[in-house]
Design a protein around this ligand. Sequence first.
Ligand code: G3P
Ligand code: MG
Length: 247
Amino acid sequence: MSLRLPRVIGHRGAKAYAPENTLESIHTAADLGIKWVELDVKLTKDDVPIIFHDDTLERTTNGSGPVAEMLYDDLKHLEAGSWYADSFAGVKIPTLEEALDVIYARDLGFNMEIKPCPGREKETAEVALDLLAASWDAHEQLLISSFSHVSLEVACDMAGDWARGLLLEKEMPENLSDLVEFFTPKTINFDAETEASAVEMLLDFELPLLCYTVNDPMLARRLVNLGVDGFFSDCPDVIKENLPRMH
Ligand code: G3P
Ligand code: MG
């Protein structure tokens, strides 16, 4: 199975134009002509997989407290849009299932970033992958990634044939070669603040390199010249329009 990666992936949907990790954000990315979205998945206390970035509710909802201590029933009525703009009032935190419905309806590719609350690394991967396995067919359009090595190992065990992205922080791990050998990723997803010398080292793995989060077209062009293949962007339309044409 070969992965059909785009050059630009909408980060948390299209975070620059709609509240991140919401159905509206996914629709916005699709409306902009973007072919893939990246979304963060974590679990509620009662094991419902939801699309949400932070471990706590304050920044992107009108709720408060740790997500890991909330039942889905406590979360489902929260406002997840009005903090962003009044025009998004009424927007809710989506479940993974609801997000998948939109992804299918809009024929998008999907980078599912497993973003477990602390201590929930294994269960989050298990529940999210189980749900995906029940409905996802287009494996050339699916990439599973996580900063959590526990979550990524679950992906290896449960869905060994699905493409994995090794997600790196800006400091390179000392055992990077071991990680690549162990997880056999199809992509390496790295931080835009990574030192150029480290990016050059990543090139040696001869895997597609995806850089997060790039909103500046000049930076994207510089990284393309270094050998970077694709970008996660909050404004994916801007990056896409300004990349050099492929020959
Ligand atoms: O998956 C790429 C990127 O989303 C990783 O960082 O914090 O935005 O989830 P973060
Ligand atoms: Mg993410």
